[in-house]
Design a protein around this ligand. Sequence first.
Ligand code: PHE
Length: 340
Amino acid sequence: MLEKIKEIREAMQQELQTAESAGQLRDLKVKYLGKKGSISELSKSMGKLSPEERPQAGQLVNELRCLLEENLEAKQKEIAAKAMQARLAAEQLDVTLPGAPVKMGTKHPLTLVVDEIKDIFLGMGYTVAEGPQVELDYYNFERMNLPADHPARDMQDSFYIDARRLLRTHTSPVQARVMDQMRPQYPIKIIAPGAVYRRDDDATHSPMFHQVEGLVVDENISLADLKGTLLNFVRQMFGEDREIRLRPSFFPFTEPSVEVDISCMLCGGEGCRTCKNTGWIEILGAGIVHPNVLEMSGYDSEKVTGFAFGFGVERIAMLKYGIDDLRVMFENDVRFLQKF
Ligand code: PHE
């Protein structure tokens, strides 16, 4: 029996030495420890030994089992480590390679233009005001000197929410809201950018578009201040050699009212398609704040005067970037958006 144990032990050690794969280790385990394995057989044949021989043989068989288990475990770790080494060598992992690129978003051209407009007016000492897009009829029309039966309301066909509320048709109601907050203080110098809504829809009109309103209220404000301010703005926005021209117009909330044109930046005033051969492009409406608007807002129109202007942001963006269809601004095609 002792002889046999020794034999098995030597054979086993030999086989452990040469085993090279996880599969071979599994086979070894079965061969020695399985139901019919050599060590299991040894244990079974213990009964045949004399009581004197049994303890020593039992101890040796136990040692044998421990030896095998320890070796199997060590060998398994060794094989796993080798396999990992081989895999790393084969993959040739290069940690200096660039990673998968993350696509960055860009600002929408309208946001870029509004940011630039804000910068220019902040530089002239203006602050930025805001008002609601769902506006009261009261602010959108009445406080802008357009009472319920005023025919000029038809010019701005509107989206009504109910009898009292609508989607604002222009940013002008922010004028009244700011004056309500400021009264009786002046000077007031604000711009109010934001979305406005009208029932219009073609290549140059969208039912939703953006305006920037401007309002200045102080003593001795004149049309000359308005013209100087707008000229300064236009030159910063479109270049130092731009000129502007004021044409008489009508808005219920300004008197006198003007339409402001800028000399065409494409042909320099010679005449081209963009300026319809006139050399001038209309960019905004403006005027001296109507006394009724000042009085309704609690200001003494004998003491203070003001000017106001409002322009379309899409129009400025189209001129600045040479975009010929307004609708691409709202389609959000990334090929278009990535150009800015
Ligand atoms: N609110 C006018 C419009 O939407 C523009 C404007 C603003 C005109 C301020 C004069 C003064 O057409």
